[in-house]
Design a protein around this ligand. Structure first.
Ligand SMILES: C[S@@+](CC[C@H](N)C(=O)[O-])C[C@H]1O[C@@H](n2cnc3c(N)ncnc32)[C@H](O)[C@@H]1O
Length: 242
């Protein structure tokens, strides 16, 4: 089966939005791992005066992680799936958080202006059709010295992480997805991770896109060797100290 892309993928997420939070709740580390990655943005002063973009916010789990580490930031959360976004927007948020229904490929058309101090993208890049183009747009959306954190399934390249990922999918994630009526999306989840960049490859992709200070940081637990936080910055004022 080919991977899902664009409209097909968005439709699959629309359907899966009904059960997404329930499935995520069954993974006790999910929210903690997102908070760890959001913290790795290193946002100063609890986010006071900062504008932060959450790309592919889904039902708002990554938005909540950003809010936990930067409660005073102005957060714009974007997603292509109306179903996922409705779940996110239906939760209680402080006034500084807003939601925009748009593909990340069409931020400007959706009125999302640049000048962000930081961008967070959790479990997004593996799903986009042209990750290099999206990274270019992210770089443009950031201020000089702006920061990027990408939280993504990216295998370290050895046989063991591939085998563990396939076992977790076969034993837990895909059966749970089938029960929820989302077999296609959870098959896509499994296959897209195997097909996407390794951690080293994504690091190279970030550097080629013009990001500086690129680092791939591991995450603890069963996701070690399977999921990483990538931190990077645009060239500019904060480059030396970021
Ligand atoms: C696996 S979910 C992750 C959601 C959230 N960031 C989290 O950590 O729980 C991926 C989300 O990315 C969104 N997405 C995928 N491709 C997209 C695109 N090209 N533009 C905007 N959103 C996209 C999907 O609709 C989905 O809600």
């Amino acid at each position: 089966m080919a991977l899902l892309h664009d409209g097909e993928l968005t439709a699959a997420f629309d359907h899966a939005s009904r059960s997404y939070d329930r499935l995520v709740a069954a993974n006790p580390g999910y929210h903690g791992q997102l908070r760890r990655s959001a913290r790795r943005l290193g946002l100063p002063d609890a986010g006071r005066g900062l504008r932060v973009l959450d790309l592919g916010c889904g039902t708002g789990a990554s938005t909540a992680a950003l809010l936990a580490v930067a409660p005073y930031a102005e957060i714009t959360a974007v997603d292509a799936s109306a179903g996922m976004l409705a779940r996110a927007a239906g939760k209680p948020w402080p006034p500084g958080v807003s939601f925009v229904h748009a593909p990340v490929e069409g931020l400007a058309d959706a009125g999302v202006a640049g000048g962000f101090d930081a961008v967070f993208a959790a479990y997004l890049f593996r799903n986009v059709t042209d990750p290099d183009a999206v990274l270019g747009a992210v770089r443009e959306a950031l201020v000089p010295g702006g920061r990027l954190a990408v939280h993504e399934y990216t295998l370290t390249g050895g046989a063991v992480p591939r085998a563990v990922w396939t076992a977790v999918c076969a034993g837990i994630l895909r059966p749970a997805g089938r029960l929820a009526g989302d077999a296609g999306l959870y098959r896509h989840l499994w296959r897209s991770v195997l097909a996407f960049d390794t951690a080293a490859e994504f690091t190279g992709r970030l550097r080629r896109a013009g990001f500086r200070q690129v680092r791939a940081l591991p995450l603890p637990g069963w996701q070690t060797g399977i999921t990483h936080t990538f931190v990077a910055a645009t060239a500019g004022a904060r480059e030396e100290g970021a």
